[in-house]
Design a protein. Sequence first.
Length: 81
Amino acid sequence: MIAFTYAVIAVVFVVLGIGGIMYLDHRFSLTVGDRPFAIKGRRIESDDPFVVRQFKKFYALRVAYSLFLLVMLFVVVSHVG
């Protein structure tokens, strides 16, 4: 039963992780609209300061979301069993 619980927790956190990051990326692209930019790894190439600011903001949100999920994973796993 504990193995099944861990499997469910793993699936939920993978879905939340991938889905959350994809949602934040989608919100970033909606925010900048049709302004020209290119993302190369963790860097952005754009002449528009609005795009650069938004990229930094959404990158910080991605990092915060990832850390939140990591903390929640430890909390949830510590209560199993």
